[in-house]
Design a protein around this ligand. Structure first.
Ligand code: GTP
Ligand code: MG
Length: 199
C-alpha cells in the first residue's frame, strides 16, 4: 500500500515567477468542480489542506504544496493545485486571466514532470478538457488523464463509461486512472505513479 503523502502548503501565487523553485513537480489541472482539491486532500489523507467547495471557481491561484520533505533525492518535490478552467459564471476578463495564468505556468515552470488532467467521471470529458489535451499534445507536455468521482458512476455503467472516457480522450482504457476521493478508489495507484514521476 502506498502511504498518504505528507503535504505542506507552501504558497499561492498569481504568476509562475512568484513561485519558489522545485526539483520536481506534478500539477493537477481540470475544469472547475472536477475534484482537484478533493483529490489532493485524499492523497494526503487530510480534510482541509486544499480548499474544497461547492462553489465552482473557488481555487483562483496557483497553489503549491511540498511533498514529504524527507525524500532522499534532495530538493523539493511539489504538487500544484491550479484554478479550474471553464467556470461559466466568471466574467470574460477573469476567464482570460486564468487561461493565461495556467498556460504560462505550463509552458514556463521548470522541472514540471507531469500534468495530471482530471476529467469528471460522471460528466465525461468536456470540450474544454479535450481542448486542454490537444494543447498539451501540441506542446509535447507530458500528461496523464485521471477520471474523478468514480463512486458516482453506477456500477452497471462503469465498463461502458470507462470505454467512453478513454475513446473520447483518444487513449487506451488502461491509460486512464479512475479515482474516488470520497471512497479512496485508485489512490494507491496514483500515489505510486506520482512517486515515480517525482523521483
Ligand atoms: P475548483 O477549485 O473550483 O477548480 O474545483 P475543484 O476541481 O478543486 O473541485 P473540488 O475538489 O472543490 O470538488 C468539487 C465538488 O465535487 C465538491 O462538492 C466535492 O465534494 C465533490 N467531489 C470531489 N471529488 C469527489 C468524489 O470522488 N466523489 C464524490 N461523490 N464527490 C466528489
Ligand atoms: Mg479547487
Amino acid at each position: 500500500m502506498a502511504p498518504p503523502f505528507k503535504l505542506t502548503f507552501v504558497q499561492s501565487a498569481e504568476r509562475v515567477s512568484q513561485l519558489p523553485p522545485t526539483r520536481s513537480e506534478v500539477t493537477f489541472v481540470g475544469r472547475s468542480n472536477v475534484g482537484k482539491s478533493s483529490l489532493i486532500n485524499a492523497l494526503a489523507n487530510r480534510k482541509n489542506l486544499a480548499h474544497v467547495s461547492n462553489t465552482p471557481g473557488r481555487t483562483r491561484l496557483l497553489n503549491m504544496f511540498e511533498i514529504d520533505k524527507s525524500w532522499p533525492t534532495g530538493g523539493v518535490a511539489s504538487l500544484m493545485d491550479l484554478p479550474g478552467y471553464g467556470f461559466a459564471k466568471a466574467p470574460a476578463a477573469m476567464k482570460q486571466n486564468w487561461g493565461k495564468m495556467i498556460e504560462t505556468y505550463l509552458l514556463e515552470r521548470e522541472n514540471l514532470q507531469m500534468v495530471v488532467v482530471l476529467v469528471d467521471g460522471v460528466v465525461g470529458p468536456t470540450a474544454l478538457d479535450l481542448q486542454m489535451l490537444g494543447w498539451l499534445r501540441a506542446h509535447e507536455i507530458d500528461h496523464t488523464v485521471v477520471a474523478t468521482k468514480q463512486d458516482k458512476v453506477k456500477s452497471a455503467q462503469r465498463n461502458k463509461r470507462k470505454f467512453e472516457v478513454a475513446s473520447k480522450c483518444e487513449l487506451e482504457e488502461g491509460d486512464i486512472v479512475w479515482v474516488s476521493s470520497e471512497k479512496g478508489v485508485g489512490l494507491d495507484r496514483l500515489r505510486t505513479m506520482m512517486r515515480s514521476w517525482l523521483s
